[in-house]
Write a protein that binds this ligand. Structure first.
Ligand code: HEM
Length: 539
């Protein structure tokens, strides 16, 4: 029936809500509507191709589109927040609920193992959730004393790295004429990434890994593993099993070496479990180290990608909006410690981060799969009384396209929020904070049972890095436009290239944490490498 229906070009979806059919081939489209070896490095263009000329249609079909090729399960792509929310809400281990689709993460599973919170579904996912998420829970992390310890350790680490950079800029400025104008043209993303990994492995898991090792050994290895994951997912899905090929090219050999280094990092983090350092001390579980290994790999690679993406985008946006940077500086310049209460009061910082995640979400689509024929009840459209239903057949691959949902004028535009949807306006978030946020979900951390368990940790890390950066430096972008690149997550294509200038020349070094009990390990004590693009080691 499905095959015939597909040949006859009849929609596989029933119910009162229509979905728009996308042809397999069409002239003038940004890309073919499925990944293949020539377009997989531009996944946002693949999603663009689903919505090519969709705005010429009125009604819900402009936001929900499908590709139906005879002999294959249909692929549904939606940028309709109502549908994204409804499908996310019923993604769990319950009978008839959606699974997270494993197809787009098959390369991740080959790199991290299948036994993980990210990859597994059904009863196995429930089990993973139970054993792996408690240390990240708000109740664990935001317990006042514990939060204070982590926040000051994180802050200390960020401060150390930025302090070195500040000193270098001061040195440069004293030798430059005229004084106080020294600015460096730097790419911040590699530095943000090293800092994020340092916070995760040393502050969170209590490992003692030097910044030089993190920067020179582990970050490049993780970058290579992530690039391999993206290639492997696409090529294996189109029939070139990359993971089965012998390492006869130097590229594949380097990928295998990178995987070994990733394994070594995982070992070093797990080794801290018996020493009860960092949050391991609060990790009460009977699960063996081996049972946790896959999840630790996911946390290391996935959390690093997501937090780097989030902080990189925030800094990239601020670099193009000096007046917002000034407002943020005015709010945070006198804050020396971010308690949960202080963080909650930082309205500009929170709205900058919220708007960042809306306009440029780190995870740009959330994959789902229908485990059974499922009816979605959507309620009536504005101005109508008839509830809408959408019936999705079993096996359908679903891409919840939050990238396009969040930047569409229909959902986030001038009429609804007062600002253009495709522009960065933190004021939008401040305004919406006074309204029912249920109508304005950007899904930056997901929604429903498979919501991100690392939200609190990630949010804290990103807030500290962005806050510290604004406190110490003024930065401006060399270009107005902001172009994304996407793989596992999205990032600015230019690697966050900015002109960086210290705010207060000859100022005392920024305050670092010196609370007892927060002594930073020898490994992460005063920086041996100057971060933020100066290269070489500091004296
Ligand atoms: C701060 C930046 C972060 C962002 C923007 C982010 C975003 C997300 C999103 C959108 C999802 C849901 C995906 C879906 O519904 O298919 C997710 C899930 C997940 N995140 Fe995060 N995340 C971040 C940080 C972290 C951190 C720090 C960790 C762990 C240390 C983490 C671990 C996970 C895991 C394990 C899942 C899968 C949960 C499940 O399926 O039950 N994330 N994340």
């Amino acid at each position: 029936m499905g095959f015939l229906q597909s040949i006859l070009k009849q929609s596989p979806f029933r119910g009162t809500m229509p979905a728009g059919r996308v042809p397999l081939f069409a002239r003038g489209r940004p890309s073919l509507p499925f990944p293949h070896p020539w377009n997989y490095h531009q996944p946002i263009r693949i999603l663009d191709s689903f919505f090519w000329r969709a705005d010429e249609v009125s009604g819900p079909a402009r936001h929900t589109r499908y590709l139906d090729v005879p002999g294959f399960d249909p692929i549904l792509v939606t940028r309709d927040p109502r549908l994204i929310r409804a499908i996310s809400t019923i993604t769990s281990d319950q009978p008839g609920h959606f699974d997270r689709d494993t197809l787009p993460s098959s390369g991740i599973a080959r790199a991290t193992g299948q036994d993980t919170l990210l990859y597994s579904n059904g009863a196995s996912w429930k089990h993973q959730k139970k054993i792996a998420t408690p240390p990240f829970a708000r109740t664990t992390l935001f317990q006042p004393e514990r939060f204070h310890d982590f926040e000051s350790l994180f802050r200390h680490t960020v401060a150390q790295r930025l302090e070195v950079m500040q000193r270098r800029l001061q040195e440069q400025s004293s030798s430059a004429a005229p004084p106080n104008t020294a600015a460096l043209d730097v790419e911040l993303e590699p530095e943000i990434k090293a800092l994020m990994l340092e916070m995760l492995v040393n502050c969170f898991f209590g490992a003692q890994i030097s910044y030089d090792e993190i920067y020179d050994r582990y970050v490049p290895a993780l970058d290579r593993v992530i690039a391999h994951i993206v290639r492997d997912t696409v090529l294996t899905n189109v029939g070139v099993p990359l993971h089965r090929l012998p390492a006869f090219t130097s590229g594949l050999k380097k990928d295998q070496q990178a995987k070994l280094i990733f394994e070594e990092l995982t070992d070093r983090v797990i080794a801290q479990r018996s020493a009860c350092t960092g949050l391991w001390g609060h990790f009460k579980s009977d699960a063996s180290d081996d049972a946790l290994r896959g999840n630790i790999r996911v946390f290391l690679a996935g959390a690093l990608e997501a937090t780097t993406s989030y902080a990189s985008w925030a800094i990239a946006h601020l670099a193009r909006h000096p007046h917002i940077q000034s407002r943020l500086y005015a709010e945070i310049h006198s804050i020396n410690e971010y308690s949960p209460e202080v963080l909650a009061r930082c309205t500009v910082l929170n709205s900058v981060l919220d708007e960042t995640l809306r306009l440029t979400p780190s995870l740009y689509f959330h994959p789902r799969r229908a485990t059974a024929e499922t009816q979605i009840d959507l309620g009536p459209l504005p101005g109508t009384t008839e509830p809408q239903t959408f019936i999705i057949p079993k096996g359908t691959h679903i891409l919840l396209d939050v990238w396009h949902a969040n930047r569409h004028e229909d959902h986030w535009g001038v009429t609804k929020t007062g600002y253009r949807a495709d522009e960065f306006h933190p004021e939008r978030s401040e305004k919406l904070a006074t309204q029912d946020r249920g109508d304005f979900l950007h899904f930056g951390f997901g929604h429903g049972p498979r919501f991100c368990p690392g939200k609190n940790l990630g949010q804290l890390e990103v807030a500290l890095v962005v806050g510290a950066c604004v406190k110490l430096f003024e930065f401006e972008s060399l270009t107005n436009s902001i172009v994304p690149r996407a793989g596992v997550s999205t990032k600015p294509l230019d690697g966050v290239r900015v002109n960086l200038r210290p705010r207060v020349m000859n100022a005392a070094p920024i305050q670092t944490a010196s609370e007892p009990g927060n002594s930073v390990s020898a490994a992460s004590s005063p920086a041996t490498r100057c971060p933020f693009g100066f290269g070489g080691k500091s004296q």
